[in-house]
Design a protein around this ligand. Sequence first.
Ligand code: ARG
Length: 513
Amino acid sequence: MSARALPALVVAALLALLAIPGPAARASQPASAARATPRVVSGTTGPAIPWQVALVPANDGAVVTPLQAYCGGVLRDAWHVLTAAHCVADADASSVAVAAFSGPRSAPGPDAQVQRVQGITTSPAYRASTEGMDVALLTLAAPLAGTPMPLPAPGADDTGSAALVSGWGDADALTPGPQQPDALLRGVVRLLPDRACGMYAPYYRADTMLCAGATGPGVVTDACQGDSGGPLVRHDGGSVGPDGVTDLGHYDRVVGLVSWGVSCGDGRFPGVYTRLASPAVQSIAALADPPFRPDATGAAPAVQGLLAPGGTAHCTPGRWSIDLLTREYTWRSVGAGGDVRLEGIGPDLPVGAALVGRALSCEERVSSAGGTRTRAGGAPYAVVATLAQAQALSGARTRRPATGADLTPPTASITRGSCRTGRCALTVVARQSSRPARAVRVTYARTSGCPTRGAARRRCSAPRSLRVARVAGGVFRGTTRRLPRARWRFVAVATGAAKLHSRQAVRVLRVGR
Ligand code: ARG
């Protein structure tokens, strides 16, 4: 899948470990390092392979040349194509088309067909190609002519057999940048015992992966970037002579799909394929009437809320094509230095002081019976120090206010106030978005009968606080101690959930007479 489908991160880690240039590193190599050996790496050209298809960017069924074969695939039946899950990991059905053609990509034969994809089915267990289940079943919008290739019997073991791998993937692993051949290349490899992929432990998983390659010194036949999802087809037995690549009549079962490997054509590292005889893999690959996984139909998830300590970040859900079975949210933050931290799970994330200065993102993972999809959304600004700053930024950048109780000011009113035998009782109702306000503070001060000036007056009329308790919902109540005869001014202040807003209510009560 050329540079677009970089192998999973783990493979990148392996590459780094082994100091073998991967596709990304390769692209930055000096041109002088190129032109070493042509290496499907060490493949040859030949007649059209009638079960091979190419995944191309969708363009409504039109044939646009040269056809951009970013991955391979194999025709399972007229309506269905098998490919690698990693080829369509982030694709909607509408963004992929399937091409079947003879001749070169730049000048396909007159029989060339391009078909739109109606739906994609992957395993809910699929995460990355190195974690197994690297299989996707594409249901076409209309049937495709060609020669379907049958699946092996579940559990069948063809270790030792010869097999044909084919694709438009890189033919020269050493030349900088993708080197997509114009012709469909193919080569014969052996189905190897699992232990031959022992160097890939713990990433090689024999239950859903198959090890295949040529062995020997120097450059050997192998799949490479761009071949992913393409067929590994078993030879029916007997010796495979040099005609093994031209006489296609002896290939009878698709046993693997190109999945991953370290480097290409390096005899020390075999290719890893999706094992199509695996019962787990067949639970997807052999589905007669596959359920589709969700496609993105509208807005991606986005981070909203007040991104400052004391606030709450909310992940607004993305829009998807079908009813979902599950939706999960994962929060990450990125620091100025690029360090990524896992912050939590769930649709809401309380913002703590440790997040100040970091950029928040939420990833939404959804599933249907047809597989899972993920989409992520970022925050409009990095976490700031105060809620007031956050509010200013939220207002400026997102036209409509973030959801959540924080942004609705609380209400406050003194619904009852009376004094008897010198004691004043006060009832305050304070709510925010129909929930009780976070807190109510009540102060009162004497407004009559105090000296007219000086320190004595200040002492006399200094506000005192009245302890109130929440008695129900947003109802708060408190009673003063015995007060001298005078007029008293009560002020109740209700504070909202994020301490962002407050509202006050005032009532003057008279003690005595
Ligand atoms: N992951 C690659 C792709 O997306 C296929 C790599 C196969 N590599 C190998 N050495 N057999 O096309």
